[in-house]
Design a protein around this ligand. Structure first.
Ligand code: DGJ
Length: 729
């Protein structure tokens, strides 16, 4: 049993294979957080929550014992009643007061994982769910705290459903999903910042007595911050120490805040960003705070990552392509940009097919008058002049070359120079009396409105039904400004950001379920929406517009903390690289793209015969290692973020039974007389013998892990090697 209710102590304990999470109802009905960490047989309640009163911390008046909202560790912290720390929920009551004191009402354990209407969430029959219902002391406002427990994956999910059972409307001025109180205060926060073409750069800082905030207010989870962060021991490493990883299953504005309080304890809150947020709940209606997924590891970052990887692969991604072998694709974007016609695309497909490529993706530029990025978004009508015929003609020509056919859309945006905008300028977000901001020459469609979503849905369906389409890339190339919806009254404009995401999810659900045989890849100017929300609808994400193999090391390394290799779109492109003019060996470009979905993004017709032969070799090699890479346990071995430690970046994937592993090592900087380098492998059997790249020599697993694998030296810029480790049986 993953969830245990102890009626005597009034505790609720969630058990996973290695972890334990516990809460307790106290003598006045508050739901207290008692523990989240390594699994223990027995919980010593006398150790829990010991505190004493301090000045300027008000106490709840109608009890004898000193209890202060400002001291208690709580599952749901509310603003307005004396908790001066970070809080999760701000409720504006029917009488205008702001405050809430939730008290225990009931708890219910069910088998299977709860779902959240209209929102993405982890799923699975094997999970168990707990619903703890609390009610405000004064008003009929209920909070249903939802917990999902995936025992084998060490994953626990949380969500909150706020229900208004009063007879008037209330509003939420802050509606986060999680309060997580830690037993003490000595922690670091690790998070992933960046910008376009430089996503998920790792940063680590000490949590002190001021707020550490990771957030987005851009209407998308964004390139700039990722909705995933870790709290860890000050000395935690890849293999050592306590790490709590938290991922938001949401693609819009978010905030993750941590702070050490006046009693030297750390609190974390996480959920929808409360800036520009205010949501009304009508009588008998509910508001759902999106899901947060949590993994605790007592053995460092690596173990936490592997738990997330497995859970995302098996309990978040859905559909036919969740487990299927995905086709090796070629995308024409960096090969042609807007400058193509059907003959050009077919010639690329022709050459690509000979190398073993399986899917051709036609990127931006096939619709309306779109020969540049200044027009036509919103007009999803095939440019038959450019395609020298219908879309069906083109897809059939591509199919004849032996490739499947895929296509690009940017459904959420609209160009001012489009027929759709001329007919419906009100479809785009704009504030009364202001000219909306342009970004990449485009506006954002008001997806809070059903008629706007329906218009786009119908256009997309028409295209997708016009011929056989096997793949769709769903792009989003700007952030949201001019937030105002004509569909909502003045006092409800604070709902627009969230309603936009709900609208997007509704459309994604409709489209992906109507076309279950299409492989969908999410994209937002590269990896601007790489989050668990999008992964629920689309099992892979274009990781970054930066295709330089060396920059990609950091991007893919950072991404790997939460997200599995199988979700990371990664392509081989041309050199000098279009983003940074760097030249890297073709082999290194391939080796780095293997640790993603592997594909091509260049004009193959311009490649030399040798280069074509190298790509053909890579496709074969990638397929040989496909299962190992896509489903193996993933280990970060050498970081690209610390050149002072090593000039190599290395990662490893290992088969479940430890009988086989693949290591990729890339030298990302050069110096004269480079020092010899060993890399310590992980996750092998200590007492088994292994060969390396079919070597005659055999190496003991323990030696490969304790002394390390010797990295061969190559006297070129940016060399890389794969090392295939196989157990000798
Ligand atoms: C941004 C994407 O990340 C690129 O791969 C490409 O699809 C362009 N948009 C097309 O406009």
């Amino acid at each position: 049993m993953a969830i245990i209710e102890n009626k005597k102590d009034q505790t609720y304990t969630l058990y996973t294979k290695n972890t334990m999470y516990q809460m307790k109802v106290n003598e006045i009905g508050m739901l207290i957080h008692t523990y989240y960490g390594n699994k223990m047989e027995y919980m010593d309640m006398s150790l829990v929550n010991r505190t004493w009163g301090t000045a300027f911390s008000p106490n709840v008046q109608d009890v004898e014992k000193y209890i202060s909202y400002s001291h208690e560790k709580q599952e749901l912290s509310c603003a307005g009643v004396g908790d001066f720390r970070l809080t999760q929920m701000s409720v504006r009551n029917t009488d205008g007061s702001l405050g809430c004191e939730p008290r225990f009402v009931s708890a219910e354990i069910t088998s299977g994982k709860y779902s959240l209407s209209g929102l993405p969430a982890f799923y699975g029959e094997e999970a168990q769910s707990l619903k703890v219902t609390l009610k405000d002391k004064v008003h009929d406002v209920y909070f249903h705290l939802m917990y999902g427990v995936f025992e084998e994956k060490d994953l626990i999910t949380r969500a909150v459903i706020v229900e208004n059972k009063t007879d008037a409307k209330i509003s939420l001025e802050k509606a986060l999903t999680v309060t997580l109180d830690f037993p003490d205060g000595e922690y670091d926060m690790v998070y992933f910042h960046g910008r376009h073409a430089r996503e998920r750069m790792l940063e680590r800082k000490r949590i002190e007595h001021s707020k550490a905030v990771v957030s987005s207010i851009r209407g998308a989870s964004s390139h700039m911050q990722n909705p995933f962060a870790m709290i860890c021991d000050k000395n935690a490493t890849e293999d050592y120490g306590s790490v709590w990883g938290l991922a938001f299953v949401y693609s819009g504005n978010f905030e993750i805040c941590a702070e050490k309080d006046h009693q030297e304890k750390t609190r974390l809150t996480m959920g929808i960003n409360h800036e520009n947020f205010k949501f009304e709940i009508l009588p008998n209606d509910v508001f759902i705070c999106p899901e947060v997924a949590m993994v605790y590891s007592g053995e460092g970052f690596g173990k936490m990552s592997n738990s997330f990887h497995k859970a995302i692969r098996e309990n978040l991604c859905r559909g036919e392509f969740k487990n299927a072998v995905r086709p090796v694709l070629i995308n024409n974007w960096e090969g042609t940009y807007f400058d193509f016609n059907a003959d050009k695309l077919v010639s690329m497909a022709h050459d690509a097919a000979k190398m073993g490529v399986e899917l051709f993706v036609m990127d931006d530029g096939w619709f309306g008058k779109r020969d540049n990025d200044r027009c036509a978004l919103g007009d999803w009508i095939v440019n038959e002049k450019k395609l020298q015929g219908t879309l069906k003609n083109l897809s059939e020509r591509i199919n004849k070359e032996g490739l499947k056919f895929g296509i690009w859309f940017e459904p959420e945006c609209i160009s001012a120079d489009s027929d759709l905008y001329r007919a419906h300028p009100d479809y785009a977000f704009a504030m009364p009396g202001r000219t909306p901001q342009v970004s990449r020459n485009q506006y954002v469609l008001d997806f809070t409105r059903k008629e706007v979503r329906d218009n786009i849905y119908n256009q997309l369906v028409k295209i997708l039904e016009s011929t056989k389409i096997d793949y769709v890339k769903w792009d989003f190339n700007r952030h949201i400004t001019d937030l105002y919806s004509i569909s909502l009254p003045t006092e409800r404009q604070g709902e627009v950001f969230h309603r936009y995401i709900l609208g997007l999810y509704e459309l994604l659900e409709r489209i992906t379920s109507k076309f279950p045989h299409i492989l969908f890849e999410s994209c937002s100017g590269g990896g601007g929406r790489f989050d668990c929300g999008m992964l629920y609808y689309m099992p892979q994400v274009w990781t970054s517009d930066n295709t330089d193999a060396i920059d990609r090391l950091k991007i893919q390394y950072g991404t790997s903390f939460a997200y599995p290799v199988r979700t990371m779109g990664a392509h081989v492109s041309v050199c000098p690289n279009h983003g940074n003019a760097r030249t890297t060996p073709l082999k290194t470009r391939g080796n780095v793209a293997y640790f993603g979905t592997y594909g091509l993004e260049l004009d193959v017709t311009k490649m030399t015969d040798d280069e074509k032969a190298e790509i053909a070799r890579q496709i074969k090699e990638f397929k040989k290692y496909y299962d190992l890479i896509q489903y193996g346990d993933y280990y970060r071995l050498l970081t690209p973020f610390h050149p002072e430690e090593s000039l190599y970046c290395a990662w490893q994937v290992t088969k479940d039974d430890k009988s086989e592993a693949l290591v990729c090592a890339v030298r990302y900087e050069s110096d004269a007389s480079t020092a010899p380098q060993y890399v310590k492998l992980k996750g092998l059997k200590e007492n088994a013998w292994y060969t390396v790249n079919d070597s005659e020599e055999k190496y003991l697993g323990a030696a490969l892990m304790n002394i390390g694998l010797f990295l061969e030296y190559d006297f070129i810029s940016y060399p890389s090697r794969l090392y295939h480790i196989v157990e000798v049986k």
